[in-house]
Ligand binder design. Structure first.
Ligand code: ADP
Ligand code: MG
Length: 559
């Protein structure tokens, strides 16, 4: 057993240098490593590129026995084993797709204690069961631990079997690592892995070198050409929603002379490996991919990420943009936002077991895309991290809308949330503020609380927009696992009790203005096309043509 002493520090620093070639730790690595060395169950939440692997690899070297690492992707495990082996560390993979002889080889090494680390897919873990109880295990590491939570966006049923690890091996420290977990998911990870007393380390999620840009999705291809024209041979990723659109866009880019490849789960493993290799070695610097691409990809010089379609939640979005700028140099991230994407994503969520939850997360993503205040504040606030200053490195900070002093409105909204004891979702909070005379309000006796009707002079839609702005400013938060009830963050307490000023934008007017301009332009274009079509019909078929269309469907049509 270790205690955190000077000699321990010297020891782990020398291991860091001699095995990995680094002179110092990245933020939080040292604390996490010490926690594991002191035999604590540990949860490490660090952004992508934060250096999570080292947090179990180094302890694996310092403790006697073999570390069992559970990891979701075979490709990912192979990469890790290759780089460990290159560093002279004995490590291997065990999974059910290996040839029999290879498996036997691994099992022999495991038995002889010849391996410092063994990477295992969760599905293959039961095959090792007997063996594990007969060897010395230094630690368990559960990588991409959010896969255990059905709340998470990458749920893997086999991960739920990991629950038994702690029952079977109560003495062996277990470390769970992930880059994506809001607070309820963190709790879920601890419950599912049966490590209620785990020490938790949450690194800052801020990636100040990423420029965050969100633009309307009209004429995306043209916007992308302009974007790429300024970026030479820089490496980047374009995320699309469907396999078909990755192929279409990659073909369009190739036709324009760019070295771009499509990547999706429909390709063979060999094709995917090739494409990935070409990307990693900068032979083909642009990859057009579905979200199947990227988990565990360690390429430091990705200079930009474009979301051709809106992701279905903020977790996925932040993880995907986080794949750029891992070397710490400036990177540009660009999200195209269109209502048509929202409609499509809603359809995907409908009818699933977690429909309400997914729709709520999607709505929050949409609100982020429509934000009128610092994007970084919104993103970090979402993950429970509250920054005071605007970042100066996003599209909104660069060209902010007009703000007014919204302190009083913010105080009213926050105090309604407080009076409702953080138990109600946005709809009810707004009803109470507006003094709505409806059954739901009266059933709960809310007409008697102090903030009832204090904002009745503000239109419902305006009030809703202001509340969304408070979410985006990290003043309020949504509890997604519990009916979307609104929560107050530490910033809300500053608004209520410490005179914190709040700037709000007059959204409805701004949004309405943009919408009106857009609709006029789209209509004019369409009418032009229809007129040409009609005269063609009249000429060729010698008959009059009538064209009837529904207005609502025009809004996001792409021509
Ligand atoms: P994560 O799993 O958190 O996304 P990785 O473990 O893949 O991150 O590490 C990301 C990169 O950081 C890797 O290239 C790794 O070699 C590098 N790295 C890890 N620890 C250090 C360190 N102490 N100093 C410098 N680079 C490091
Ligand atoms: Mg990792």
């Amino acid at each position: 057993m270790y205690s955190t002493t000077d000699s321990q520090q010297t020891h782990i620093l020398s291991l860091l240098k001699s095995n990995f070639g680094y002179d110092e730790f990245l933020p939080n690595q040292e604390k996490i490593i010490n926690s594991v060395l002191n035999q604590n169950d540990t949860i490490a939440i660090m952004p992508t590129g934060g250096g999570k692997s080292l947090c179990y690899q180094l302890p694996a070297l310092a403790i006697e026995g073999t570390a069992i690492v559970i990891s979701p992707l075979i490709a990912l495990m192979k990469d890790q084993v290759d780089s460990l082996t290159a560093n002279g560390i004995s490590a291997n993979v065990f999974n059910s797709s290996q040839p029999q002889e290879e498996q036997q080889e691994v099992l022999k090494d495991l038995k002889n204690g010849a391996l410092k680390l063994l990477y295992v897919a969760p599905e293959s873990l039961p095959l090792l069961n007997d063996m594990l109880s007969s060897i010395k295990i230094s630690l368990f590491a559960v990588d991409e631990a959010h896969c255990i939570s059905s709340w998470g966006h990458d749920f893997r049923p086999a991960y739920t079997r990991l629950k038994t690890l702690k029952q079977q091996f109560p003495e062996v420290p277990l470390i769970a690592l992930t880059a994506t977990a809001d607070r309820p998911t963190q709790v879920d990870i601890a419950t599912q892995l049966a490590i209620p007393n785990a020490k938790k380390f949450i690194a800052s999620f801020d990636r100040p070198n990423l420029y965050i840009d969100v633009r309307p999705g009209q004429n995306r291809n043209k916007q992308i050409f302009n974007f790429l024209a300024k970026r030479g041979k820089q490496s980047g990723i374009i995320y699309c929603l469907s396999r078909k659109s990755t192929e279409k866009l990659a073909a369009t880019l190739k036709a324009k002379g760019y070295k771009a490849e499509a990547y999706h789960a429909g390709l063979t493993p060999e094709e995917r490996n090739n494409i990935q290799d070409n990307f990693l070695n900068d032979r083909s610097p642009i990859i057009v991919a579905t979200i199947a691409f990227g988990m565990g990809i360690d390429k430091s010089n990705v200079r930009w990420v474009i979301h051709y379609n809106m992701p279905k939640n903020i977790e996925g979005y932040y993880q995907e943009i986080g794949r750029s700028g891992r070397d710490g140099l400036a990177a540009h991230t660009l999200l195209f936002y269109s209502f048509a994407d929202v409609i499509m994503l809603r359809k995907f969520a409908e009818g699933t077991e977690t429909e309400a939850y997914q729709l709520a997360k999607l709505e929050r993503m949409q609100q982020f895309a429509e934000a009128l205040s610092c994007r970084r504040k919104a993103l970090l606030g979402y993950f429970g991290e509250h920054i005071i200053e605007d970042c100066g490195n996003c599209d909104i900070c660069k060209t902010p809308p007009k703000y007014f002093d919204g302190t009083l409105i913010a105080q009213k909204i926050c105090s309604a949330v407080a009076r409702l004891r953080e138990q109600e979702a946005m709809g009810m909070v707004l009803d109470v503020l507006r003094g709505a005379q409806n059954a739901q309000v009266y059933d709960k006796g809310y007409q008697n609380i102090k903030t009832f009707g204090v904002a009745k002079d503000i239109a419902w839609r305006d009030l809703q927009q202001y509340t969304i702005q408070l979410l985006n400013q990290g003043i309020l938060q949504i509890h997604f696992h519990e009916n979307g009830r609104l929560l107050l963050t530490p910033l809300a307490k500053q608004v209520l009790f410490e005179g914190k000023q709040v700037q709000l934008a007059n959204v409805v007017k701004e949004v309405e203005k943009v919408k009106a301009e857009k609709t006029t332009r789209i209509r004019a274009d369409l009418f032009e096309k229809l007129r040409t079509l009609r005269s063609k019909l009249a000429q060729e078929a010698k008959m009059p043509a009538y064209i009837i269309f529904s207005d609502a469907s025009l809004e996001d049509m792409e021509y």
